[in-house]
Every structure is written in C-alpha cells, then in structure tokens.
Design a protein around this ligand. Structure first.
Ligand code: NDP
Length: 360
C-alpha cells in the first residue's frame, strides 16, 4: 500500500479505533440533559473520552518510538489524510441522514442539519454526538503533535518556541474538553441540534484539520524569533478566555443540577417566573454568552502563540469562531425567547450585552 493510500485511510483507522475503545473500555454512566425525542426520557450516556484519549496517545507514541511510524507521519500525509477525513465525513453524513425517516423540512436542510436528534447505537452503549466530538478531538491532537514533530525535526537547531506554546495551548483545549466531557452533555448541540452534515462532517473533517490550520501553515517555516512578550500575551489571552468559557459552562452546569449551591463562592442569583429560572449572577450576569467571548479569546491566543501576527492563516481559526458563535448566539437567543417568554425579556433587560460587555 502506498503511503498516500495509507494516509487517506489513517483517519478512518483512528475513528474506528476510537469507536471500538469507546465501546469496550469502562465508562462513567451519566444522565444527560437532552431528552429522547419520542419518550421524553432523559438520555443516558457512557462517558470515557479521557481514557480513550490516553490510550490512543500511548498507542501512537508506541508506534513512533518503535520506529513503525515516523513522529511526523501525519504531517507527511496531511493532504491525503485530510481528503480521507473529508470523504468519510461526507459519506457518513449522507448515510446517517438518508437512512433516517424524513422530518419533512426539505432534503437540503435535512442533509445539513440532520433528521435524527440523538442516535444512540449499540443498544445505547454509544451516543453518536459524543462519539463524533471525541473522535475529532483525538485526531486533532494527533495532527497537532505530528505537525509540531515535523517542525522540530526540520529546524532542530532553532525550533520556534511559539510552536511549543501552541502545542501546549491546543493540548490544553483538547484535554479540557475531555476532562469536562460531562459538562458538554448540557450544551446546545446536545439538546437542540440534530445529527447531519454540520455535525458529522464538522467533527470528522473540519475539527481535526481546520482547527490546526495555523500550525499547518507555519510548521514548515523557520523560527520567526517572536519577542517573548508576544508569547506571554498569547498565553494570557488564551487562559483569560479559558476562565470565561470554562467558568461560565461550569457555573451553568452547577446551577442546572444544584440550583441553590454557590459556584466558586458566587451565590446563584436567578430571575424566576415561578416555574423556571435563569441565572443572572457571575459569568451569566456579565453578558448573555460570555462563554463565546472566552472561546474567541482562546482562538486569538492560539493565533498569537505562533508568533506571526501579520500572517493571515493563524487568524482563520479565531475568525471562524466569530462566524460560528455570533449566529449561534442569535439562534440560542431566539430559542430561549420562545422557551422562557417574558422571563427571557427580563433577562435581556437585566443583562444587556449578548457576548462582549459594553460592545456587543
Ligand atoms: P451555552 O452553554 O451558552 O448554552 C445555551 C443554553 O444555556 C441555552 O439554550 C439555555 O438552555 C441555557 N441558558 C442560557 N442562558 C442561561 C442563563 N442565564 N441561565 C440558565 N441557563 C441559561 O451554549 P453552547 O451550548 O452553544 O456552548 C457550550 C460551550 O461550548 C461554550 O463554551 C461554547 O463556547 C463551546 N463551544 C465550543 C465550540 C468549539 O468548536 N470549540 C463550538 C461551539 C460551542 P436551557 O433551555 O437549558 O435553559
């Protein structure tokens, strides 16, 4: 088999391995937040992403250390492997959507947004959405390590410290998701979206390849000799964003599960209509989606870390976040307005800013 053919199928192999590991390794059993579309029962999940991540990384390291695969093999095969992931993402999206009964919203809309809400195959042992996010996260990490390995190999005498920082920050981003995988059970895509091209192609192709676009563009370039202060700024912006995103998500997660318990010393103040409540203290009193501001800041930190602020490619990542999260905030706002009615109007009046306090 030629290297390019192996490269094409490499993401298929990684996704298959993640799927098998997810099914056979022990997992925490957790009640989620989304409900079964027919019965209305709260969905149950098996969560073992962190364990799978560690095992996959260990296997990858073992393959490289024993010389069976060069450390930068995924870099060498980045084009065929990205193509393999793209093709698989398209095929899996079409098969998943067309294999489900129509919900009558038009074929194109259904292909993009999906038909089924929360498929849980293998007798409920796996959840399609959680698997897809996990598979994408694992391959993203392998790509990042392999792209960086290429840089360190090519510029042994003078590698870029910014690339080392980028690897630390992106690995933090991936590990953070896996450590708090249970919190993701309470997010918009889990309870409000269906499984179509957006999610499947997004997780199998876009997430593991586009998220590494900055490193993809600079791994082959020499050390830009970025000043140390720029790398410090990059780390501060990234971790500042992480505090906003993770803090807001954990505060909401705590509030949904234990509405009266404080979070990091922040008392849970809420607006109520007698039946339902929305949080107005802490992160959720700063803006209505300060978590999105945090995600964008993390993207900016990653772009800056590469030490080439005047180059376009690293900025594509945070720009993509703006393009993703601004409409998503609007869609979530409409959903919440429909769900909470006048209570949401009171929340909007009390917390005026959508994402960026005093600006937007
Ligand atoms: P949120 O976590 O903001 O969830 C929105 C939901 O939270 C609303 O629909 C509503 O649901 C509830 N809610 C909103 N405001 C309040 C409030 N004041 N009090 C109580 N409940 C409230 O959004 P997402 O699910 O979109 O995002 C989750 C995380 O994932 C974010 O950090 C986001 O940035 C991140 N993300 C990351 C992406 C990536 O590629 N890295 C992509 C997209 C998102 P309910 O009906 O339950 O009340």
């Amino acid at each position: 088999m030629s290297d390019a053919v192996a490269g094409f199928f490499a993401p298929w192999a990684v996704f298959a391995a993640v799927g098998v590991l997810h099914l056979v390794l022990p997992a925490r059993r957790l009640a989620g937040y989304a409900r079964h579309e027919r019965t209305g029962d709260v969905l149950q999940y098996r969560v073992n992403g962190l364990l799978i991540f560690v095992v996959t990384l260990a296997v990858w390291c073992a393959l490289c250390m024993t010389g069976l695969m060069p450390w930068d093999w995924l870099w060498q095969q980045r084009w065929p492997s990205a193509l393999g992931a793209l093709v698989l993402g398209l095929a899996a999206s079409a098969a998943t959507v067309l294999g489900a009964p129509t919900s009558g919203r038009g074929l194109l809309a259904e292909l993009y947004l999906g038909r089924r809400e929360n498929p849980q195959p293998f007798g409920g042992r796996a959840d399609a959405k959680m698997y897809l996010y996990l598979a994408g996260a694992v391959l993203l990490e392998l790509n990042v390590l392999s792209f960086a390995a290429h840089h360190w190999d090519a510029f042994r005498d003078d590698p870029s410290p910014g690339i080392a920082l980028y690897v630390v920050l992106m690995s933090w981003f991936v590990c953070d998701y896996l450590i708090f995988e249970r919190v993701h059970l309470y997010t918009y895509d889990l309870f409000a979206e269906r499984v179509g091209f957006k999610l499947i192609w997004g997780c199998l192709f876009w997430y593991p390849y586009f998220y590494a676009v900055g490193l993809w563009a600079v791994a082959d370039l020499a050390n830009p000799d970025a000043p140390a202060w720029l790398l410090v700024v990059a780390a501060v912006v990234f971790f500042g964003g992480w505090v906003l995103a993770r803090g807001a998500n954990l505060q909401k997660h705590r509030f949904k599960r234990e509405p009266d318990r404080a979070f990091l010393g922040i008392a849970p103040k809420a607006l109520s209509d007698g039946e339902r409540e929305v949080l107005v203290s802490g992160f959720w009193g700063v803006s209505r989606h300060v978590n999105y501001l945090g995600e964008i800041a993390m993207g900016v930190g990653l772009a800056l870390a590469l030490g080439r602020p005047s180059m376009l490619a690293p900025w594509l990542y945070p720009l993509y976040y703006v393009a993703l999260l601004v409409p998503r905030e609007r869609a979530d706002d409409r959903r919440c307005a429909a769900k909470y009615g006048p209570l949401w109007d009171r929340y909007r009046a009390q917390v005026r800013w959508r994402i960026v306090p005093r600006i937007y």
